[in-house]
Ligand binder design. Structure first.
Ligand code: 13P
Ligand code: SF4
Length: 311
């Protein structure tokens, strides 16, 4: 028995004993995805968390995702295998600085990406994910000035496709901002038949040459349903785990990073801080638990619920 199968079978037993579910983002390590009851993108995971009848949700993802799950379903016990699983977007948008930023634009409404803390959500009029951001922004009257935070790459892309001029907070994702255009072009020359799929957290030069731009699940659906056979994938490499099982006849090439080739650059270090062993221990000991102050939770829920209704 391998170490992974040892922990997986313990986790399966604990899930039944405790009426618990494991929700995992596509960027989690393979063994965690394999033990999860559901693997999805940010929006799908939020929906699952809101609907579950389980008593315990083990959220194998990052802090803002587990916090959103707790806000959506506050009577459940929400566990995060490692509380240090942060996010460069959420961590790069501190509430005090954002309050000052927001105060400079009193006529603007605030749209925030789900990759933020509960405090930022509580200061927002709308919350979105990468899969519904365009739809949400198009639902707001064009003459309503908007702030978009915290991802400037996603914000730039949304301004471009919706014709808006949203004021952008200058945050970015350390994984998606690191793709190298130069190396990507070299790869396209090597695989001229390849289609490029990119997450909108990527920088504009990458998005300009992409054949499909979308959330993690939208990228997956494009690859699964496309008649083409070769894809260069500009997002966190964890997405390739399920895909390589679902479309074993297709060639999936991770987009190259600007960083040194020797590191696993398109892995999110925050996502990968969770391990199967930590999932096991957190379910066994029912800790660490994600707690959200109830008045903050109620305020943050208002813009999240608008998003859930739209989706
Ligand atoms: P989605 O899951 O919405 O595609 O977001 C990607 C991401 O970076 C999550 O942290
Ligand atoms: Fe945050 Fe980027 Fe990691 Fe997603 S991939 S959790 S946006 S740092």
């Amino acid at each position: 028995m391998t170490t992974d199968s040892f922990y997986s079978s313990k986790i399966e037993h604990l899930k039944k004993d405790k009426n618990a579910i494991v929700l995992a983002h596509y960027y989690q390590e393979d063994a965690i995805q394999d033990v999860a009851d559901f693997v999805g993108d940010s929006l799908e995971l939020a929906k699952k968390a809101a609907q579950t009848k389980a008593d315990i949700i083990v959220f194998a993802g990052v802090y803002f995702m587990a916090e959103t799950a707790k806000i959506l379903n506050p009577t459940k016990k929400v566990l995060l295998p490692d509380l240090l699983a942060g996010c460069s977007l959420a961590d790069g948008c501190p509430p005090d600085a954002f309050a000052d930023f927001k105060a400079k634009y009193p006529n603007h409404k605030v749209v925030t990406y789900i990759n933020t803390s509960a405090e930022i959500k509580a200061m927002s009029d709308y919350v979105c994910t990468s899969s519904n951001a365009e739809k949400l922004i198009r639902s707001i009257p064009i003459n309503q000035p908007l702030i978009f935070a915290p991802d400037q790459n996603l914000g730039t892309y949304l301004n471009k496709i919706t014709g808006r001029n949203m004021v952008l907070w200058k945050g970015s994702c350390i994984v998606h901002e690191a793709f190298s255009l130069e190396k990507l072009i070299d790869l396209c020359l090597e695989y001229p038949e390849a289609k490029i799929v990119a997450h909108p957290e990527s920088e504009d030069p990458i998005l300009r040459i992409a054949h499909c731009i979308g959330s993690t699940s939208q990228m997956r659906n494009f690859i699964i349903n496309s008649p083409f056979k070769t894809f260069i994938v500009a997002t966190e490499v964890g997405i390739l785990h399920q895909l390589s099982k679902e479309v074993p006849n297709k060639k999936l090439i991770p987009a190259p990073s600007r960083k040194d080739n020797s590191c696993a650059c398109s892995e999110c270090a925050f996502m990968k801080i969770n391990t199967l062993e930590k999932v096991y221990h957190c379910l066994l000991d029912e800790t660490p638990e994600v707690i959200v102050n109830s008045s903050l939770s109620k305020k943050a829920l208002i813009p999240i619920e608008k998003m859930m209704q739209l989706s």
